[in-house]
Design a protein. Structure first.
Length: 196
């Protein structure tokens, strides 16, 4: 097995969002992948094994706590590794939900296509908002398939993790995505460019 740490969403070392990428050459148990993810101690680690189709890989994502079905920045990191090693310009990843996640290299950038999940409006847990220092949100939606809560916050400068009791930490889901709102953007959402 070969392993890498890749900083996603940046072109500057030690910036962006780091992810582990492991190129698996023999079967690993779920427990073994979890232990490797715990050892790397990054928010997610992508485990890739080749499938019969050229340029197609099975991908499984593990946080230090558990397996998750999908991770954008770990997929971006995995694509970067595959493009660097295999000299491909397009790759497909099949996740545990059997979704086809595609990525291609275009003009020095990585372009990814992901599925669109249905969401339903939901209330954000007050303890989560307090822990993140969020006083107001514009929107809060939840996806049942991925168990992810998406928050659109009113003030993009407010979101700072604060110290809070460890008993609160265990009650807060780590599966929250924060969408920062900025003025002048459609629907108040800021697009985050994918850098190499």
């Amino acid at each position: 097995m070969r392993s890498f740490i890749v900083d996603s969403f940046t072109d500057t070392p030690f910036k962006g969002n780091p992810a582990g990428v492991c190129l698996v050459d023999s079967h690993l148990s779920d427990e073994r992948m979890l232990h490797i993810a715990q050892e790397l101690n990054l928010s997610e680690t992508a485990f890739l094994s080749t499938l019969e189709s050229a340029g197609t890989f099975l991908v499984r994502y593990f946080s230090p706590k558990m397996e998750i079905p999908l991770c954008g920045h770990a997929t971006l990191a995995a694509a970067k590794v595959i493009f660097s090693i295999n000299k491909l310009n397009e790759v497909h990843f099949k996740n545990i939900q059997k979704l086809d996640l595609s990525a291609r290299e275009l003009d020095g950038q990585i372009v990814m296509e992901f599925p669109v999940y249905e969401t339903r409006p939901t209330d954000a847990p007050p303890a989560l908002l307090a822990a993140l220092g969020i006083k107001a949100i514009k929107n809060s939606v939840y996806n049942e398939e991925t168990k992810i809560l998406l928050l659109e916050i009113a003030d993009p400068k407010c979101c700072v993790l604060r110290d809070y009791p460890s008993s609160t930490k265990s009650q807060i889901s780590l599966r929250t995505k924060i969408i920062k709102s900025t003025r002048g953007e459609p629907n108040g959402l800021r697009a985050v460019p994918l850098a190499t």
